[in-house]
Design a protein around this ligand. Structure first.
Ligand SMILES: Nc1ncnc2c1ncn2[C@@H]1O[C@H](COP(=O)(O)OP(=O)(O)OP(=O)(O)O)[C@@H](O)[C@H]1O
Ligand SMILES: [Mg+2]
Length: 260
C-alpha cells in the first residue's frame, strides 16, 4: 500500500558520530507527517530538537544507530544531504551560518539551481527574489550583501524564510526561526510561513514561543524530552505548556515509572 506520509520516522536512535561515550541523544523516536500538515515540536533546552532536524538532513556530525526514516516512502539514510535537499527537504537553521564572499542573491540562486538541477535564469530569478524580499519586508540592498555577514540575529532568521520562499520545498524544518525576532518580525515570518504552506507541503516547527503559531493552523504537537516523544496532542497542548511548563509531563512520567 502506498503511504500517504511525507515523512515517516520509526524508532529513531541517534547520537554524535564517533562519540558513543556521549550516549544516544535521540532514544527511540516516532514521527509521521502527511502533506498539508503543520507539526510543532516543543521541548526543554537540550532535549534533542535540533539534533532531530540535523539527523533528518543527514548532518555528518550525527549518526543513526537504529531505526528508520522515510521521505515519500524512500529510505532517507541511503541519501546524502544534498540529495535530501533535492528531494524537497529544507532546514532553517537555529544558528544560520555567515558566508563571507557570497552574496545573498548568488547564494540563493546557486541553491535554487542545485536543488532543481536546472539553470535558473538571472532576470527571472531577480524578479522572484525582489517579490519575496518585499513580502518579508527585507531591504532590497541586502541581496548584494554577503550571506548573513554582519546581519543582526533577527535579520538572519528572516533571511532563512526568504530561502524557504524561493526554494519552495516539500518539507520545511524550522528550528526556532522565530527566536530573537521582534513582535512585528514574528508576524512577518509567520505570514511568510503561511504563504509557503499549502496542501501539498508540510512544516515541522520547533519553537519556545507560541506567538509564531497563533496565525498557523497547527495539526499536531509533539513534546520531546530527553530524546523521546513523551506527549502528543493538538494545538491545545501549546497553551497548556505555555501556562504550566513541562512540569506536568515530567510528573506524569515519574508516576508511570513509579507504577512499573
Ligand atoms: N555535536 C554534538 N556534540 C556533543 N553533544 C551534542 C552535539 N549535538 C548535540 N549534543 C547534545 O545533545 C543534546 C541535545 O542537543 P540539541 O541541540 O538537539 O537540543 P535542543 O533540544 O535543540 O535544545 P535548544 O532548545 O537549547 O535548542 C544536548 O545535551 C547537546 O549538548
Ligand atoms: Mg535547538
Amino acid at each position: 500500500m502506498m503511504s500517504n506520509k511525507l515523512l515517516e520516522i520509526k524508532n529513531l536512535h541517534a547520537g554524535v558520530a564517533g562519540r558513543e561515550d556521549k550516549g544516544e541523544i535521540l532514544q527511540g523516536l516516532d514521527l509521521a507527517i502527511a502533506p498539508g500538515e503543520i507539526h510543532v515540536i516543543l521541548g526543554p533546552n537540550g532535549s534533542g530538537k535540533s539534533t532531530l532536524m540535523n539527523v533528518i538532513m543527514g548532518h555528518p556530525k550525527y549518526q543513526v544507530v537504529e531505526g528508520e526514516m522515510k521521505f515519500e516512502g524512500e529510505d532517507l539514510q541511503a541519501l546524502k544531504t544534498f540529495e535530501r535537499c533535492r528531494k524537497g527537504i529544507f532546514l532553517s537553521f537555529q544558528n544560520p551560518e555567515e558566508i563571507p564572499g557570497i552574496t545573498v542573491e548568488n547564494m540563493l540562486r546557486a541553491s535554487k539551481q542545485a536543488v532543481s538541477g536546472a539553470p535558473v535564469k538571472i532576470m527571472k530569478f531577480r524578479k522572484e527574489l525582489k517579490a519575496a524580499m518585499e513580502e518579508l519586508q527585507i531591504d532590497p540592498a541586502y541581496a548584494k550583501r554577503y550571506m548573513n555577514v554582519g546581519f543582526s540575529g533577527g535579520e538572519k532568521k528572516r533571511n532563512e524564510i526568504l530561502q524557504l520562499l524561493l526554494l519552495n520545498p516539500k518539507l520545511a524544518l524550522l528550528d526556532e526561526t522565530d527566536s530573537g525576532l521582534d513582535v512585528d518580525a514574528v508576524q512577518i515570518v509567520s505570514s511568510g510561513v503561511r504563504k509557503f504552506h499549502n496542501e501539498n507541503n508540510a512544516c515541522l516547527i520547533i519553537t519556545h514561543n507560541t506567538r509564531i503559531l497563533e496565525q498557523l493552523s497547527v495539526d499536531k504537537v509533539h513534546v520531546l524530552l530527553s530524546g523521546k516523544i513523551v506527549e502528543e496532542g493538538g494545538p491545545e497542548l501549546i497553551q497548556k505548556i505555555d501556562k504550566e511548563g513541562f512540569g506536568f509531563i515530567r510528573r506524569e512520567l515519574a508516576e508511570e515509572a513509579g507504577e512499573n
